[in-house]
Design a binder for this molecule. Structure first.
Ligand SMILES: [Zn+2]
Length: 248
């Protein structure tokens, strides 16, 4: 199993949205990335970034920076993979900054929970902006519904971390020759989130969001795994980016 981190650009939010109510008025630029897993049992992508046109149109205040290289097709091209070769796409959740590249994965089966899909299609008013890019879903596409924690392939699994959204999922990968890796998704934006146990400013349920942080820590302890938060620039810049990879 080889694990590639795909650089999909960056956005800006207020620090009070990163750490609930703290440092209001401080802008923070954060990375957006996807994870491509090349596994003997299939090719998987976890999160696909944002669509630049969508953000410019609907959320321009997030000041998107995305070069033509920072898209799913261009990132996969660095590894010699075509988007139509991807077998499965999983989104930690369906917010716009995690689904924008799904439309390129034309042969992939979407793996999701019914709850997350329903919430994105019929959002509460305060969730409308988050769920504003529905380009990931078309009638007739291949969808498989997940329930609970799921093993995707040997050494690759999803576990439930609802709170940020109703069906949020995090991913555990256990590549050979490397410490296991947890991709937290937006259940943990940053290491500070985990250290201080302070959730982000956006959440469906703050109590569940704290439980999700506890769960991530528990799974990390159980597997001696390294946690990869979703949106923190400094560690992101130190991680290996595609075409470099983790595992063997
Ligand atoms: Zn996000």
């Amino acid at each position: 199993m080889k694990i590639y981190l795909l650089d999909l650009g960056s956005l800006v939010i207020d620090r009070s949205d990163v750490l609930w109510h703290i440092d209001v008025g401080t802008a923070v630029r954060f990375p957006v990335y996807g994870v491509y897993v090349d596994h003997p049992e299939g090719k998987f992508i976890f999160d696909t970034g944002y669509d630049l046109d969508h953000v410019n149109k609907v959320l321009p205040f997030e000041l998107p920076e995305q070069t033509p290289e920072q898209t799913i097709p261009a990132q996969l091209a660095k590894i010699g993979v075509r988007p139509e070769e991807i077998n499965y796409v999983i989104n930690s959740h369906f917010h716009f900054d995690h689904v924008g590249g799904n439309r390129f994965l034309t042969n992939a089966t979407l793996l999701t929970s019914k709850l997350e899909l329903r919430s994105s299609l019929v959002p509460e008013p305060f969730e409308r902006l988050g769920y504003s890019d529905l380009s990931f879903y078309t009638r007739g596409m291949k969808v498989e519904y997940l329930e609970g924690d799921v093993e995707l392939a040997k050494g690759l699994s999803l576990f439930q971390t609802a709170g940020h959204t109703i069906g949020h999922l995090s991913m555990l990968a256990e590549p050979e020759g490397r410490r296991p890796m947890i991709f937290a998704g937006d259940a943990a934006y940053t290491y500070e989130t985990l250290d201080r146990m302070i959730i982000g400013g956006f959440h469906l349920d703050p109590i569940d969001s704290i439980s999700a942080l506890k769960r991530i820590k528990a799974v990390a302890k159980q597997h001696d795994a390294e946690i990869f938060p979703s949106h923190e620039m400094e560690p992101w810049l130190k991680w290996k980016h595609a075409p470099e990879f983790y595992g063997a």
